[in-house]
Design a protein around this ligand. Sequence first.
Ligand code: HMN
Length: 292
Amino acid sequence: MKDLHGIFVALVTPFLPDGTVNKPALRKLIRMNLQKGVNGFYCCGSTAEAFMLSHTERKEVLETCAEEIVGKAALIAHIGEISQDGAADLARHAAGLGVDAISSVAPFYYPFTFEEIRSYYYALAESTGLPVILYHFPGYSGVKLSENQLASFLEDPRFIGLKHTSSDFFVLERLHTRFPDRYLFNGYDEMFLSGLVAGATGGIGSTYNLMAEKFIRMYALVQEGRWDEARCIQADVNKVISVLLRVGVIPGIKGLLTLMGIEAGNARAPFHTLSSEEMEQLRAVLPHVQTL
Ligand code: HMN
């Protein structure tokens, strides 16, 4: 199995003005990040507006990603849906494209029991035999699993890791200590260093679309124990993230990408279209995105 340590870009889905997927822009974005030396990509996740894409669009986006990425970097496909059958269908499709692992958020909206959530994940694991990475994002999904519930998956060899989009670094540390050979991806980019301290083996992030080189550098500095330098880069990155959190993370990343020359378009409604005042705020942090 491919090594999944390091920096994984959670790709956005660029859209054309008519609202359809802009595949050339997606390819350009992937190539820019391959050139920067990222370890891999996380496709069709939250950042990609996955839950606002049709099933067919999700497959097409992943096909484009696979064409660009397979053989050059690692590829993790997020195939999560509320429906187990729908997710399994996406998983089988992903397996046919040569992805390295599948990942899924827990089924959400309905108050599923833990047994129901577990059977969802087991069905996914069985649908393809590909390794599975749990996507734990209580802030958005509303599904919060405990340390022991997460551990019950990680002790199963089919579940090779966890994407931890949470600021509960106590749980992350406990899981790292209990499962030192599992992949633990930090999810909140603004707390990347904190995640590494707690034992994260890398990160999957939306703002990596814009500034992967800074996360690559931070990761390398931490391996060398150069924490102060890494902290300076985190502070620099956080200037950008503060603005993104103000204007809306996904619309804001797309706005900045457009300023960088990658036509990412607008986020899908009901996300708002950026106002000229918001574009000005993004323009003000553009120098932090373009230089290290
Ligand atoms: C994904 O599933 O696309 C990403 O991995 C999600 C990732 O954890 C991001 N979360 C969201 O976009 C909701 C973070 O990178 C986040 O955007 C960033 O830390 C700013 O808060």
